[in-house]
Ligand binder design. Structure first.
Ligand code: CA2
Length: 146
C-alpha cells in the first residue's frame, strides 16, 4: 500500500439513488457521489475505490479482499445494516477506521431500521445528512489518517 486509500462500499438498491424515491434519498445518483468522492479525495492525495452490490456475499468478499489493502473504509450497508451478521463479521477482520453512513436518519424511520449490526464496531456513524454524509465521512477519515 503506497499512499492513503479509502474503499467506499454501497449496499443493495443504492444503485437506484436519484432514480426512485427522491423524497427520502434525494436526486443525486450513485455515480455523482462516487465522482465527487474521488474529486474531493484527490485534493487530499487520497485514492478512492468504490464498490456497489445487491448481494450480501459479494459485499463480504469485497471486505475480505480489502484486508491490508486500504487505509480506511466508508460503508453504507443499506438494508444489510439491519440484518447482516456476515457483513459485521467481515468488518471485524479489518484493522482500519470504518465510517458507517446512512443518507436517511434510520432512527427516525421504522423501528426495524433503528438497529445496526455495524454501528458498535464502526469508528463512527453519520446518519440523516443526505449524501453529504459520504463527504463528511471522507473528511473524518482524512483527519484520522494524518
Ligand atoms: O439511509 C440509508 O442510507 C439507508 O442505508 C438506505 C437503505 C435502507 O434500507 C436503510 O435502512 C437506510 C435503502 C437503500 C435503498 O436505496 C434506494 C434508493 C433509491 C430508490 C430506492 C432505494
Amino acid at each position: 500500500m503506497a499512499g492513503k486509500n479509502i474503499l467506499v462500499i454501497h449496499g443493495p438498491n443504492l444503485n437506484m439513488l436519484g432514480k426512485r424515491e427522491p423524497g427520502i434519498y434525494g436526486s443525486t445518483t450513485l455515480d455523482d457521489i462516487n465522482s465527487e468522492l474521488v474529486k474531493k479525495a484527490s485534493l487530499k492525495d487520497i485514492a478512492i475505490d468504490t464498490f456497489q452490490s445487491n448481494h450480501e456475499g459479494a459485499i463480504v468478499d469485497r471486505i475480505q479482499d480489502a484486508y491490508k489493502k486500504f487505509s480506511g473504509l466508508i460503508i453504507n450497508p443499506a438494508a444489510y445494516t439491519h440484518t447482516s451478521v456476515a457483513i459485521r463479521d467481515a468488518l471485524l477482520l479489518l484493522d482500519v477506521p470504518i465510517i458507517e453512513v446512512h443518507i436517511s436518519n434510520i432512527h427516525k424511520r421504522e423501528p426495524f431500521r433503528h438497529h445496526s449490526y455495524v454501528s458498535d464496531i464502526a469508528t463512527g456513524q453519520i446518519v440523516g445528512l443526505g449524501v453529504k454524509g459520504y463527504y463528511l465521512a471522507l473528511e473524518a477519515l482524512s483527519e484520522m489518517l494524518k
